[in-house]
Design a protein around this ligand. Structure first.
Ligand SMILES: CC(C)(COP(=O)(O)OP(=O)(O)OC[C@H]1O[C@@H](n2cnc3c(N)ncnc32)[C@H](O)[C@@H]1OP(=O)(O)O)[C@@H](O)C(=O)NCCC(=O)NCCS
Length: 179
């Protein structure tokens, strides 16, 4: 569990399923992905998240507001499994319900996750990637002190068919960069 000024990042609970499914079905949240996730897809994703925790001892946290305990999305680190030149690696990611955007929550959560990755898990480098036109995510990467490795931009193999969504950017930050 991680606690920040305004957030609690915790392991997942059964009651997260429905609010998580709701945000996975919101076209605004999923605008940089080829499709939304239905309830079944969300349950599968939760199973993958749980399996990842069991395998590696870290993963995506459920993010809640400290004051109200409301579930607002996820932030965490994970080992991506698609084929790309920078994999294996450990990646940081985030997804929040649209009504909570613009409050700095994703950056606040990700900053705590990065710190834990370097200090507690001893990970030497974290990458982040997103669709090149996902400007809010890129801004978070920049605010975290991550560096855009321009030469490493890539076509995401899982989304190669999705027009306008397959061109990805890659950012990196290492434990030595002082996070
Ligand atoms: C990405 C996401 C988590 C951001 O959440 P958030 O809590 O609003 O993020 P923050 O407030 O911490 O930071 C967002 C930054 O992006 C900026 N931003 C927002 N929209 C922007 C745009 N269209 N162009 C450029 N910058 C933008 C914000 O101004 C803010 O930067 P600032 O603090 O310098 O003003 C949220 O938009 C989301 O869940 N998106 C859908 C899921 C997703 O795309 N995840 C990443 C997939 S790889």
């Amino acid at each position: 569990m991680l606690i920040t000024n305004r957030l609690m990042l915790r392991t997942w609970q059964e009651e997260d399923l429905l609010p998580f499914a709701a945000l996975n079905q919101d076209a605004r949240v999923m605008q940089y992905f080829p499709e939304c996730l239905n309830l079944e897809g969300t349950q599968k994703l939760l199973n993958l998240i749980a399996a990842h925790y069991r395998s590696y001892g870290y993963g995506l946290y459920a993010v809640t507001l400290k004051d109200t305990k409301e579930f607002i999305g996820y932030t965490g680190i994970y080992n991506p499994i698609f084929k790309a030149h920078f994999i294996p690696s450990v990646s940081i990611g985030w997804r929040l319900a649209a009504k909570h955007w613009g409050n700095g929550y994703a950056t606040e959560a990700a900053d705590a996750v990065l710190h834990e990755a370097f200090k507690r898990h001893g990970i030497k480098e974290i990458v982040a990637f997103c669709s090149a036109n996902n400007l809010p995510s890129r801004r978070i990467m920049e605010k975290l002190g991550m560096i855009h490795s321009v030469a490493e931009n890539f076509i995401h193999p899982d989304f190669a068919h999705a027009k306008g969504l397959s061109e990805y950017v890659l950012y990196r930050v290492s434990a030595d960069d002082g996070c």
